[in-house]
Structure formats: C-alpha cells, structure tokens
Design a protein around this ligand. Structure first.
Ligand code: PLP
Length: 281
C-alpha cells in the first residue's frame, strides 16, 4: 500500500501532514474513490472531471490539470504493484493557521493513497441486504463530493447499529434521495427510477454507467424523485457505488422487497455493468 502526498511517495507510516491542514481542521476539501481492476483504473476521467467540478463548486482553484492528476494517480498505482486496488484522491484547500477565511493564494494539498480494494462478502450479492431509512439531514450541496462527511458517518453508523448494510436518506417531504455512500434505484413494472442528478445527490459514476446499461437493455428509465412508499412497494431495489458496484436490497425498514431475494433486473444490470467496465479496459 502506498501514499502520494504533495509530490512525496512512501508508506502510510511515514506520510505526515500539518495539523494546520484545512482538511484536518475544517473538512475543507474534496475527494474521489476510484477502483482499479487488473492494475487499470476504471472511469478515471469521469472521477477526475467530478473532482474538478467539486473543487470549482467550493471555490477551490486546482493547480493541476486533469492530465497531471491522471499521471500522478497512475504512477502511484503502478508503483504500488496492487492489481485490484482502491485509489483515494483527496484535495484539501491547503495549510494555514486555523481561520475560516482563506487566502486566495493558498496552495491545495494533494493526497493519493492506493490500497488493496476491500472485498465485499459474496453472500451480500447473492442474498441481498437490508437497509433502513433515515432523515436526510445533510446540506444543499450534496452534488459536491466533499470530505465533510459528518452526517453520512452518523447515519451509516446508525444503520450498522441497526444491523443493516446501508442507510437511505429521505427528505422531510418523503422523497428518497440517495444512500449514505451510494445511489439508490427502484424497479417497478418495467420502469427503473433513480433521483435526478441535482444538488440533492452525488451524481455517482457507477449510477451513470448503470443507467447506460439499463438503456441498452431497453428499460424505461426515469430520473425522477420517488417517495418512501414507492420504495417499500418496489419490485426491486438496489444501490450503487464504485467499490460495491451494484448491491441488491431485499428489505427496507422491515418491508420485504419483491420475494425477498435479489431481483432479475438487478442481477442483469450488475452483470451488464461488469461486462461494460471490462470492455472499457
Ligand atoms: N452518493 C454518495 C453520498 C456517495 O458517497 C457515493 C460514493 O461514495 C455515491 C453516491 C456513489 O458514487 P460513485 O458511484 O461515483 O462511487
């Protein structure tokens, strides 16, 4: 496992950053998580474009262009020799004595870590998982992949204490937005629904590729908000993110989804996603 920090490369044990890093003090930063299969990163361009968009949304000027970020990430991955890797890319606003105000010339800190990708228990894909709903108590800029994840962390750990895999965020009007660290989809009578990519969700890279697969399978795709009762009644439910890809959900707040087993459309979409990402290598 390997760390890149502002041009330095070494081990986790030897990597240090100032306690005045604004990521440490304020959570003032943005990030990406990318997967590599057989030593090749999947959808790196999509992730770096989103990183640039997140930085722009929080008024952070990146001193690197996408090509430079790409070669840094690829270099650390190659040096790590890890084939199935999880690459974490984090940019904080920079280092300065703690003060909400930041100077216009502050230089961001760039961290890239390469680790063995965590294995997801195959039984979870085979049998599906349970989730619970939780008030979406986050902010108005959920389209930004910020490292400030206090709300997500609290909600996800409530889910864990409830003995379930993920938390589904619900707005006060009953609208389902997304999950603690993934996007959620429902399938009902030929229609695949997921929340539109606006400021209320993070537009997942996996979400986009799954929608592409769904289109090629001829599903009727509706990027529309849906509410909790639609979620409870859906034929199939699943969530997506970079590391997990597509996870079937078989129980929401105790309501059994479909026949309590992963549905055929979910399975087809996951298979199609794997085929697509293999073809893009
Ligand atoms: N939504 C949230 C809140 C997330 O944290 C994530 C990823 O961690 C996603 C959605 C899924 O995004 P992606 O598919 O790009 O990993």
């Amino acid at each position: 496992e390997l760390v890149y920090l502002n041009g330095w490369i070494g081990s986790f044990e030897d990597a240090y950053i100032s306690v005045n890093d604004r990521g440490y003090n304020f959570g003032d930063g943005v990030y990406e998580v990318v997967m590599a299969y057989d030593g090749v990163m999947f959808a790196l361009d999509d992730h770096l474009k989103r990183l640039a968009a997140s930085a722009a949304a929080v008024e952070m000027d990146l001193p690197w262009d996408l090509q430079q970020l790409k070669s840094i990430a690829e270099d650390v991955l190659v040096k790590s020799s890890i084939k199935r890797a999880m690459i974490y890319i984090q940019v904080t606003r920079g280092t300065a004595p703690r003060n909400h105000f930041f100077e216009p010339d502050i230089r961001p800190n760039l961290l890239v870590t390469v680790r063995y990708a965590p294995e997801t228990d195959p039984a979870m894909y085979r049998e599906g998982v349970k989730v619970i709903t939780h008030p979406d108590f986050r902010w108005q800029m959920c389209h930004v992949k910020t490292i400030s994840l206090q709300a997500n962390i609290m909600a996800k750990n409530r889910a864990r204490r409830a003995g379930v895999a993920e938390v589904v965020f619900v707005l006060p009007d009953g609208t389902v937005t997304e999950c603690g660290s993934s996007n959620i989809f429902i399938y009902q009578d030929g229609v695949l629904k997921t929340h539109p990519a606006n400021n209320k969700i993070l537009a997942g890279v996996t979400r986009q590729y799954v929608l592409q697969v769904a289109g090629s399978l001829g599903l009727d795709i509706k990027e529309e908000p849906f509410n909790v009762s639609e979620l409870f009644k859906a034929n199939e439910v699943f969530y997506t993110n970079t590391v997990i890809e597509v996870m079937p959900v078989v129980n929401v707040d105790g309501h059994v989804i479909g026949n309590g087993k992963p549905g055929p459309v979910t399975t087809q979409l996951h298979q199609g996603f794997i085929t697509l990402r293999e073809s893009l290598k």
